[in-house]
Design a protein around this ligand. Structure first.
Ligand code: FE2
Ligand code: FE2
Length: 411
């Protein structure tokens, strides 16, 4: 159906230079993002972070950002073992620590010109759309663009890892379980190592780092500054880690570059524990410690953040570098939403996320209706983090085939 608001905007944009069109599109898109958050409480809690990320662009300037944290540290006096499964996860994490320097083959040569070790397959980049823009790329330029797309994704992973490092440290202070604190200490180490290896790969192999995506910045800023530990926990351990697991798995299955493949495999095995810990802690907390009103609030928050994450990763920094002279940002955004590789990525992300939300008690019939309307209930009943082993998550994919529902969406 024709959107009555969209049509006049399209008419208004027509004929303007691309740069002016892009500015208008960005403003409308930012406003649209905040309006798309339907729950007023969730919108109000995110507004300061949205202001810092989208309007002030704090993630794009200077060499650091101060995010004011104000949570309570829970200092235990009992020192009692209090959560057997968390303690077992802690022991497993201790025995599976690895060395980001010595355990990866850093000596391998990584180059965009090596067709036998492609960092991502050609199918990952929407070259059909690029052709539709009227841009003709040589074979070498195609490989360079693919390389930049990989650098963009890995840069976002690295920014996310920095957020995960601080969130893991904060949550370790906040949780009430002694065994959760022990486990949390291993996660802080894991996230530090992830930051180390992604940074080293970008810096010494791809020799390129992109700035943090505005939407990722908003979610991280929101989590750092929210004083409620379980919202921090839900946001980082379930939503962002779930997103990261989906993204890592997609890239792990598709890359033919051996160093990156090994790096991602090691990181995925750690992340599987992180999400497992998150669902254990939150299920206990949500089903036993909080009121129905508080549970609903968290359920609404998770739903809105899930939709924000689904719709907001469009590689705009890559667009600025490669295509901003040729097509408008709006056209690029539309192509990104249709791109088969992005559809696959989103599908894997929700396949991980929805069963976890169900397991921790944030999928009542009331909210299921919303997920239904957003076309996401197909993932209900899937395996949650307590049922997935590290090996399940690092199964090799034989081909680059898209799942049936993704092919359908891709048309
Ligand atoms: Fe991590
Ligand atoms: Fe993690």
């Amino acid at each position: 159906m024709r959107n009555p608001v969209k049509a006049p905007v399209d008419t208004m944009l027509r004929g303007l230079p691309i740069k002016a069109q892009n500015e208008i599109h960005k403003t409308l898109d930012n406003v649209g993002t905040m309006l798309s958050v339907q729950n007023p409480k969730v919108a109000a809690s995110m507004a300061p972070s949205a202001m810092r990320g989208m309007v002030l662009g704090e993630g794009k300037h200077g060499d650091h950002v101060d995010m004011k944290a104000h949570h309570s540290a829970h200092y235990t006096l009992s020192y009692q073992g209090d959560f057997v499964e968390m303690y077992e996860l802690y022991r497993r994490a201790v025995s599976k620590q690895w060395d980001g320097d010595g355990d990866l083959p850093w000596g391998l040569d990584v180059s965009p010109d090596n067709p036998d070790a492609q960092i991502l397959p050609r199918s990952f980049v929407p070259f059909d759309a690029v052709e539709g823009f009227g841009v003709k790329l040589t074979a070498l330029e195609e490989r360079r663009l693919t390389w930049d797309v990989a650098a963009w994704m890995l840069s976002q992973f690295m920014h996310g890892e920095q957020g995960a490092l601080y969130a893991a440290a904060q949550v370790t202070e906040c949780v009430q379980w002694m065994d959760g604190k022990l486990y949390g200490a291993t996660q802080v180490m894991d996230e530090g190592r992830h930051l180390e290896v992604f940074l080293r790969y970008l810096d010494t192999k791809l020799e390129k780092i992109y700035t943090v995506n505005d939407n990722l910045f908003i979610i991280i800023d929101d989590l750092m500054t929210d004083g409620r530990w379980d919202i921090k926990f839900l946001g980082m351990q379930i939503m962002i880690e779930g997103l990261a697991l989906g993204a890592f798995t997609t890239m792990f299955q598709q890359t033919r570059e051996p160093l990156l493949k090994q790096l991602l495999k090691m990181v995925i095995q750690d992340e599987a524990r992180h999400v497992h810990y998150g669902v254990l802690a939150l299920r206990e907390h949500i089903t036993k410690n909080i009121s129905e009103r508080e549970r609903r609030e968290r359920e609404d928050w998770a739903y809105e953040v899930a939709l924000l994450m689904r719709n907001r990763f469009k590689m705009r920094e890559v667009y600025e570098e490669w295509f901003s002279h040729k097509v408008s940002l709006k056209t690029w955004d539309e192509e990104m939403m249709r791109s088969p590789s992005m559809l696959k990525f989103r599908s894997i992300m929700f396949e991980r996320l929805i069963p976890n939300l169900e397991y921790i008690g944030l999928m009542s019939d009331r909210i299921k209706d919303h997920y239904e309307k957003s076309g996401l209930t197909q993932y209900l009943g899937g395996k949650n983090a307590t049922q997935l082993t590290e090996d399940d998550l690092t199964v090799e994919s034989d081909d680059d085939e898209l799942p049936a529902e993704v092919r359908e969406l891709a048309g």
